[in-house]
Design a protein. Structure first.
Length: 322
């Protein structure tokens, strides 16, 4: 295995700050470290799963459908004197040129211009054309850590060494970290590797902060996750969720949300026979929201058709895309 590349193998709402350094900061304390860390990669390499594992709580939705993450999601984890501020990004869009895809790529570029460190996530043992396109877009003046995710899916570990050598020839990565985001010991090992790269400065967030996103935003994302999980490949990814009404009544939250699609046929897919699929989407979303918010939730869902919304800059802005 190459000796000149640090390698750490595992043991056996709009209107919110774009980044936490724009928010109110706690008073700096000597010896603290804090930095912004971008998580980038092509769609479906496990970026959101990794972010949730690093934060220790679900702040970014996951599904088997590409382009699930559409907004930059900031997750925060404070361990002793170090505060890690992770920014999960949409996967770079390399296939289509609709307004939605251009918007997602602008989001990724905006993140990269501001961070201290980049985690470039690929699947262990794999590197395709889409991975190469993402790698070519990473800034040369930022340290980049190669995260070889889904290590648990690699059948023959002996193949990792030659693959690593080929990856080293593509870029001078600061570190190479094979891991499984689903394995806690791997996640804890990653914290130790990243800590020295954080600048010595005061924290951006309070010690117990987990994300800079509001409950309203997280609610819309959880509904969208259930939508994608329960429709599978039937529904095109050009669907979104908009929170229409939010009322707090003591410990009860009344939420009304619209699922926005582009065609009448898509509406039928979501509603399902006798409305059963829409009921299940609402039921699963409500249960997760009640767990997240530690209180009762009344959730009402509607399905609306807005033809061409994904290729309309005006619609994208009205639906909360940056």
């Amino acid at each position: 295995m190459p000796q000149d590349l640090p390698v750490s193998m595992p043991e056996t709402e709009q209107n919110l700050p774009q980044f936490p350094h724009l928010a109110k900061m706690p008073a700096p304390v000597e010896g603290q470290r804090c930095g912004l860390i971008a998580i980038v990669g092509r769609p479906n390499v496990g970026k959101s799963t990794l972010l949730n594992a690093l934060v220790g709580q679900k702040v970014s939705i996951t599904s088997g459908k590409a382009q699930t993450t559409r907004h930059r999601i900031t997750g925060v984890r404070t361990i002793e004197e170090a505060q890690f501020v992770f920014v999960d990004t949409p996967g770079f869009q390399t296939r289509y040129n609709a307004a939605l895809n251009r918007n997602l790529n602008r989001t990724v570029h905006g993140v990269l211009s501001d961070v201290d460190l980049v985690l470039f996530v690929v699947e262990a043992g794999r590197f395709g054309l889409e991975d190469a396109k993402v790698l070519s877009l990473l800034p040369e003046d930022k340290p980049v850590v190669l995260i070889a995710n889904k290590l648990d899916a690699v059948q023959r570990r002996a193949e990792i060494a030659p693959w690593l050598k080929s990856m080293q020839e593509r870029r001078n990565f600061t570190e190479f970290v094979p891991l499984s985001a689903k394995k806690d010991s791997d996640v804890q090992r990653l914290f130790k590797i990243l800590k020295p790269y954080l600048p010595e400065q005061g924290w951006f967030y309070e010690e117990d902060a987990l994300t800079d996103r509001s409950e309203k935003f997280l609610a819309s994302e959880i509904i969208r996750e259930k939508l994608f999980r329960l429709t599978g490949d039937e529904l095109p990814y050009t669907s979104t969720v908009v929170i229409d009404k939010w009322e707090d009544e003591g410990e009860l939250r009344r939420i009304s949300a619209s699922i926005v699609v582009e065609r009448d046929a898509h509406k039928g897919m979501i509603i399902g026979q006798g409305g059963e699929r829409l009921k299940r989407i609402g039921s699963e979303a409500r249960q997760e929201l009640e767990h997240l918010m530690q209180g009762r939730v009344f959730l009402e869902l509607w399905v609306k058709v807005r033809s061409g919304w994904a290729d309309s800059e005006e619609h994208l802005r009205s639906y909360g895309y940056e």
